[in-house]
Design a protein around this ligand. Structure first.
Ligand code: GLC
Length: 447
């Protein structure tokens, strides 16, 4: 571009002055542009389970005060399956309505085309998060989301009741079934008519795929698809795991679990109406809240493993072990946001160490930053987090990385097959055989 100062060849000294003047003008122009940059109004999606919304608002408002921008919050449906459907509608319309999206650990491969690459904004801060989560969020070299919190399935138990009946927290699913049967009978006989042994999530949605994966993997039945892309679900250990879960429905678990999500299970447990609950870490904070009926009475351990009281494992495709599904949520910027830089700055703030520490201490959200698991204040508030970094390290991943855009169809087929077994429309054996066939149709030539 021609400089207005150098229309004619100028003597050397003058030339230098002209260059200096030109530089200062450019700087002035930048400063003026920055000062005049209109404050943006951003919308961030915040979850609504437990205390999520209150935390999200508080931290986003703090960022707004620091930057002069404003933030609105939006709560997508609590059921992730419905939230994904909503996002996909917004993407189809290239809508700029939501700037910062809350995305599940299994979504990056599904919605990759609609998310901004955060690398230019992150200044390397991704190195402070669990590498497995960063790898999960990186598709074709693009960093599509900053981890916000990590999740894994856990077993919550009523420590007071186990003590009352002289029982220990269960190590195997057989132990869980026996303890739940005994305590449920005892509590009902004592007049607690609507007391149950075990509550979990078995509505036909993503959460059921998470529960079912835990049953299958802990029995040695693998995780649907192996690392080479082979479909492995049709095996006796997987069938047995689903049959065992079906035996709970209507005995130690209310038939209503067939329509339970996370918050439904938590409602029953927190009202003192169940001995055991499968849930994610967030359920700890409300259980310990001042107004909670079960405050001080709850313990948390890894979910049980499949070997029946030391008995032989049924032929499967993997080891019998404690297995919690890997979950968690990331913050991402929509490609259609009209304020991508401000949105990325909000993401970096919300996923910062200070915000994650506050969420961990007061909300029991698992940090995605390993350093926070060594923080004495975090551990004092959530004693189970001391062992959680380890549990997270061995968590079972859903096959979303392998299946990519086909993952929703894989998960739908899995939760449908499982729901059929739980509602006694099918046996485990028939369900896993049919599921294998369906997954082959979904895969076709390759994933
Ligand atoms: C939790 C997990 C998420 C999972 C969902 C299922 O929110 O973090 O990964 O998909 O539950 O309901």
């Amino acid at each position: 571009m021609t400089s207005p100062f150098l229309l004619y060849p100028a003597p050397r000294g003058l030339h230098r002055l002209a260059v200096l003047a030109q530089r200062s003008l450019a700087l002035l122009a930048l400063a003026a542009a920055a000062a005049a940059a209109p404050a943006a109004t951003l919308t961030i999606a915040c979850g609504s389970s437990g205390s999520e919304l209150a935390f999200c608002k508080r931290h986003a408002d703090a960022w707004a005060r620091q930057t002069g921008h404003s933030v609105r919050t939006f709560s997508p449906p609590n059921n992730g399956t419905e939230a994904l459907a909503l996002y996909r509608q917004l993407f189809a319309a290239k809508s700029a309505d939501i700037d910062v999206l809350l995305i599940d650990v299994v979504w990056p491969g599904i919605i990759k085309d609609h998310l901004l690459d955060l690398k230019p904004y992150s200044q390397g801060v991704e190195r402070e998060h669990f590498p497995a989560l960063i790898a999960n969020n990186t598709v074709a070299g693009r960093l599509l989301g900053m981890p916000w919190y990590a999740d894994t399935g856990l077993l919550y138990y009523r420590a007071d009741l186990l003590q009352k009946y002289g029982l220990n927290p269960p190590d195997t699913w057989a132990d869980l079934t026996a303890a739940a049967t005994r305590v449920q009978a005892g509590e009902r006989a004592a007049g607690h008519a609507d007391f149950y042994g075990y509550v979990f999530q078995a509505k036909a949605y993503e959460g059921l795929s998470c529960n079912a994966l835990e049953w299958v993997a802990s029995h040695g039945g693998g995780s649907l698809i192996d690392a080479a892309g082979n479909i492995t679900i049709n095996n006796p250990a997987a069938a047995r795991a689903l049959d065992l879960a079906a035996s709970w429905v209507g005995t130690i678990s209310p038939v209503g679990v067939l329509n339970y999500g996370e918050e439904d299970a938590r409602g029953v447990f927190q009202n003192g109406r169940a001995l055991f609950m499968r849930n994610w870490p967030y359920a700890w904070a409300p259980a310990q809240a001042a107004d909670s009926l079960i405050r001080g009475k709850v313990g948390v351990v890894a979910l049980p493993q499949g070997a029946e009281g030391g008995g032989a494992a049924v032929a499967g495709v993997g080891p019998v072990s404690h297995a919690g599904t890997l979950g968690g949520w990331q913050l991402a910027v929509s490609r259609y946001s009209q304020n991508p830089a401000a949105a990325a700055s909000l993401v970096m703030h919300m996923t910062s160490a200070a915000v994650q520490k506050d969420r961990a201490i007061h909300g029991a959200f698992n940090p995605s930053r390993p350093a926070l698991y060594l923080d004495p204040e975090v551990i004092a508030a959530n004693p189970f987090m001391a062992s959680l970094a380890g549990i997270l390290g061995t968590a079972v991943a859903r096959p979303s990385g392998l299946a990519g855009i086909k993952y929703p169809a894989v998960s739908l087929a899995f939760w449908d097959a499982t729901h059929d077994v739980l509602s006694k429309k099918s046996t485990g054996e028939v369900a896993v055989r049919k599921l294998e066939g369906k997954l082959k149709l979904v895969r076709r030539e390759q994933w």
